[in-house]
Design a protein around this ligand. Structure first.
Ligand SMILES: NC(=O)c1ccc[n+]([C@@H]2O[C@H](COP(=O)([O-])OP(=O)(O)OC[C@H]3O[C@@H](n4cnc5c(N)ncnc54)[C@H](OP(=O)(O)O)[C@@H]3O)[C@@H](O)[C@H]2O)c1
Ligand SMILES: [Zn+2]
Ligand SMILES: [Zn+2]
Length: 331
């Protein structure tokens, strides 16, 4: 029976080492040796839960279940937020399995294993081959952060003539700037302060707006699509002045409470508020190929895959000091 170290949340918020044992592999299950794990903003919602943490994993195939067909021992693969779905409902059949009623997702299913770990068992059908020119530590943040922002840009087809706004330059935001710029769009970045301006411009932004304390926002060209990647909801009422007619807003932040926006602005400007959740496997694969082709990479801070390393990374992310994605690597 496969047995491996995992790192779990605990009531105090400290991440602690634990062991998971799984039954012998069945069906298309694959045993992986984990080599890298990203730390996503969503993990901050779970470190006080007694569950295995992490959903941006990369590892090496170690053993294959009897029904596996295309992976082989030694392959480098990654996985993200979704681990399973029914495979036969309408959502699954149209490649929209992130909305399958029987989906298995981080925080809701398979709580005994995550990507902050030394091993994991996942279905072959939910693993992604890593492109040869992409390292394990670069690939890890693409498994949720990269997939999420690429999905918002790709599932709702974008034009190179669109102006894309990215609000919040964190793990997701700094990848969104790169994807949108490589898709040919003008990118306007909105960030709390001026601190991240130089880096945002180097990543492909052509305009940068510091939002803190601003009473009114202005842009050179109104935004057609606004990806909101802040870790909490912004003041939506401030954004009306920078949106183009028929603009779409993609609120990607995980947050509690209600979505509050001046009601008539939706009608008068023909706005679309489009929810978006990670990416289907089809879009996830396209994201990896696009990132590999255009050399889109996260800016990383590396930590050892250990209690100490993971706790340090959580603290840095919580303090707002991560630049821009923390990745735990096997020691
Ligand atoms: N919808 C999905 O499928 C999906 C998938 C993954 C993650 N998420 C969610 O997306 C959000 C971003 O994730 P991430 O991994 O990029 O997090 P992150 O690295 O912490 O980045 C969040 C950014 O938000 C800004 N920020 C920080 N504290 C804030 C506050 N109190 N209020 C408003 N903005 C604040 C900062 O940017 P500036 O300094 O530029 O202001 C920060 O860099 C999280 O809420 C996460 O749970 C959603
Ligand atoms: Zn289904
Ligand atoms: Zn995530």
């Amino acid at each position: 029976m496969p047995s491996f170290t995992v790192y779990k949340g605990s009531e105090s918020g400290q991440v602690v080492k634990s062991t998971t044992t799984r039954p012998e592999l069945k069906g298309d299950q694959v045993l992986l040796r984990v080599t890298a794990s990203g730390l996503c903003g969503t993990d901050l919602h779970y470190h006080k839960s007694e569950m295995a943490l992490g959903h941006e994993g990369v590892g090496i195939v170690e053993e294959l279940g009897p029904a596996c067909t295309y992976l082989k021992k030694g392959d480098r693969v990654g996985w993200g937020y979704e681990h399973d779905c029914c495979g036969h409902c309408q959502q699954c059949l149209r490649g929209n399995e992130t909305f399958c009623a029987e989906r298995s997702m981080y925080g809701f299913a398979d709580l005994d294993q995550g990507s902050m770990a030394e091993g994991a068992v996942w279905r072959e059908a939910f693993l992604f081959k890593i492109p040869d020119n992409m390292s394990d530590e670069v690939a890890a943040p693409m498994m949720c952060g990269g997939a999420t922002v690429f999905n918002a840009l790709h599932q709702f087809p974008i034009q190179p003539t669109d102006t894309v706004g990215v609000m919040g330059v964190g793990g997701l935001g700094h990848l969104a700037i790169q994807f949108a710029a490589k898709m040919g769009c003008k990118v306007v970045v909105l960030s709390g302060s001026d601190k991240k301006k130089d880096e945002a411009m180097k990543l492909g932004a052509s305009e940068f707006i510091a939002t803190k304390g601003a009473k009114e926002l202005k842009t050179e060209r109104p935004i057609d699509r606004l990806l909101v990647t802040t870790s909490a909801q912004p003041d939506w009422s401030l954004l009306g002045s920078i949106l183009a007619p028929n603009a779409s807003i993609y609120p990607l932040s995980v947050d509690e409470g209600d979505f509050k926006i001046p009601y008539m602005s939706i009608l008068l400007s023909g706005l679309t508020i489009q929810g978006s959740l990670v990416a289907s496997r089809y879009i996830h694969q396209r994201m990896l190929a696009f990132a590999a082709l255009h050399d889109i990479k996260p800016i990383l801070e590396k930590f050892p895959m250990s209690e100490e390393g993971i706790n340090q990374a959580f603290k840095k992310l919580q303090d707002g000091e991560m630049r821009y994605r923390g990745v735990m690597v096997r020691e």
